[in-house]
Design a protein around this ligand. Structure first.
Ligand code: C2E
Ligand code: CA
Ligand code: CA
Length: 532
């Protein structure tokens, strides 16, 4: 059995699940976004490092090209005549440690030592060469053993002649190859097949440790490249992720909270009722009321049914109290009214035929019910009599008796429903002056038993008769109950014994089956509605 609490708990649980799911999604998205952004930043840092090194080295080598052009013509000129120009160049270029002129394989002039006569291949085995060369090697003349970058330009006439420039690369790399942690842990300058690593000097081979990645960029202008080794940008971003966690958590909690607020309407029972109304999930049923004397149908009670596609059939005992709590009872009553008006033709066109509409006490507030009846019931000019059923469990004392009076003056009757089950106060029988009392089904069920309720049934019947109020007994299920009620002067009966609630569209068929010719007395039909 569905209970209101279970349904409400279900909504709250679903709402909570949606909020938590969105919060977790927000957390994951924030962290992923941060991860991707950090990884890109890390990649950019490595790229920028490599480009900076390339750029700096290119800027050093470009003036050397010009110097080579100016100095190559000096090859062959006596050292005294050439040395001054060479040392001027070396001084201007700053990065150049020394310049040497080679003629017939002999280094015959140095910008530092002046005239010399050393076979160049003793100092540098790769020289002389017919092709221009740029390579890393070890200094064998000035700062012996220190790494140098050597540029060789052969002269146009002979491969045995040329100019060599020695660049003080150790000092330079100390400045430009300094690692930039945590992105770059090692930086290496590659020239031809040799490598100069920051802090390690010249190496023949570079190995990359496990877990590290290398990144290499080559100069487009000169024959060298720069390689950096460091943690992978992704791994670095991942290790940095915990620092992003507090902010991401705050954001996700905020999103969860906003979702909670935003779903207050959408994921609630009231939202569901509104959707149900809009998508016609509600249906109006009716249950016949029969005359105790001749079993003729003297009216119907309109009962709402809800076929909720998500929850299945929901009993009105569940959704009516919830709708009342959420101030949605009036729209539901309006729906019942409008449906009934559109089906008016199915009911016997007689003023003696009662159409019972269940109305909540709150709907009487400020005459709201009158406004609704003016909108749909009165314009239909229904020949039948409308009876508003007010349940006694509602806040009856709050019902404005002037509204009831106005309704009665418009021909609308008032019935007190479930009479005897609430905080029965006889005072409002006087103030509200109801036309009908509906004996609750619990009292009908007590008939024939020796329960206290069976005594109460007798008292209610006697009370109504004393006050001249019509009686309708609900929940008549057995012929014994019907006999008892009939013999005690209850003139209208309602219950499964006669008919269960049915869709409005089925009522005409039921009515045809039920309509036996009315009993006659001395040739006159016996009235089906009790006469007062
Ligand atoms: P109620 O006004 O007392 O309606 C009579 C209830 O008794 C109906 O239950 C009906 O199906 C049931 N009933 C009829 N004959 C028998 C019988 O012989 N035995 C038993 N055991 N039950 C019988 P239902 O349709 O489930 O409605 C429950 C309650 O929901 C209604 O009680 C009424 O208070 C409320 N309700 C239903 N429709 C509306 C509506 O349109 N507006 C408002 N405000 N309340 C409604
Ligand atoms: Ca009722
Ligand atoms: Ca009732």
């Amino acid at each position: 059995m569905q209970t209101a609490q279970r349904i409400l708990r279900g909504y709250r649980r679903r709402r909570l699940i949606v909020c938590i799911a969105l919060a977790v999604l927000a957390l994951l998205l924030t962290l992923s976004a941060r991860y991707v952004a950090e990884r890109n930043i890390n990649e950019q840092r490595v790229l920028a490092f490599n480009q900076r090194v390339i750029g700096t080295l290119e800027n050093i080598l470009i003036p050397l090209e010009q110097a080579n052009k100016d100095i190559v013509p000096l090859v062959g000129i006596p050292c005294q005549a050439a040395q001054l120009k060479m040392s001027e160049y070396a001084a201007r270029l700053q990065t150049v440690r020394s310049i040497g002129l080679i003629k017939d394989d002999i280094l015959y002039c140095s910008s530092i030592f002046g005239s010399r006569a050393v076979p160049v291949n003793l100092l540098q085995p790769r020289l002389p060469s017919a092709l221009p060369l740029l390579f890393l090697t070890i200094d064998h003349s000035l700062l012996k053993g220190s790494p140098i970058l050597l540029s060789w330009i052969p002269s146009a006439n002979s491969s045995h002649d040329g100019v060599m420039q020695i660049i003080n690369i150790e000092l330079l790399t100390g400045l430009i190859l300094e690692p930039e942690r945590p992105w770059v842990s090692r930086a290496v300058l590659n020239v031809a097949d040799s490598h100069l690593e920051y802090g390690k000097g010249l190496l023949q081979q570079i190995s990359v440790e496990a877990g590290m990645v290398s990144h290499q960029i080559a100069s487009e202008r000169f024959a060298f490249s720069v390689m950096t080794i460091g943690p992978s940008p992704g791994a670095l971003a991942l290790s940095n992720l915990p620092t992003q966690l507090p902010l991401a958590l705050i954001l996700s909690m905020l999103i969860g909270y906003i979702t909670w607020l935003a779903t207050a309407n959408r994921m609630s029972f009231s939202w569901e009722i509104n959707v149900g109304l809009a998508s016609r999930e509600f249906e109006v049923f009716c249950q016949p009321l029969v005359s105790a004397r001749n079993l003729q149908c003297v009216g119907v009670e309109l009962l709402l049914r809800w076929n909720n596609p998500r929850q299945g059939w929901i009993s009105p005992d569940v959704f009516i109290p919830l709708a009342e709590q959420q101030n949605l009872i009036a729209p539901l009553t309006r729906f019942v009214l409008e449906e009934t008006v559109s089906y008016l033709d199915i009911f016997p066109k007689s003023r003696d035929f009662h159409i019972g509409l269940n109305v909540a006490a709150s709907h009487f507030h400020e005459g709201e019910i009158i406004a609704d009846l003016r909108r749909s019931w009165f314009p239909a000019h229904a020949p039948q009599k409308l009876t508003l059923e007010l349940t006694e469990r509602d806040a009856l004392p709050d019902v404005d008796h002037r509204v009831v009076r106005d309704l009665q003056s418009m021909g609308v009757e008032l019935a007190i429903d479930d009479f005897g089950t609430g905080q029965s106060s006889l005072a409002y029988l006087e103030t509200l002056n109801p036309n009908v009392l509906k004996i609750d089904k619990s009292f009908t069920a007590a008939i024939g038993t020796d329960a206290v309720n069976s005594t109460v049934t007798d008292i209610i019947i006697a009370l109504a008769q004393r006050l001249g109020i019509d009686l309708v007994a609900e929940g008549v299920e057995t012929p014994q109950q019907a006999d008892y009620l009939r013999s005690h002067g209850v003139n209208v009966l309602q219950g499964y014994l006669y008919a269960r609630p049915m869709p409005l569209s089925e009522f005409p068929r039921w009515l045809r089956g039920n309509n036996m010719p009315p009993p006659r007395h001395n040739g006159h039909p016996i009235p089906v509605i009790p006469l007062r």
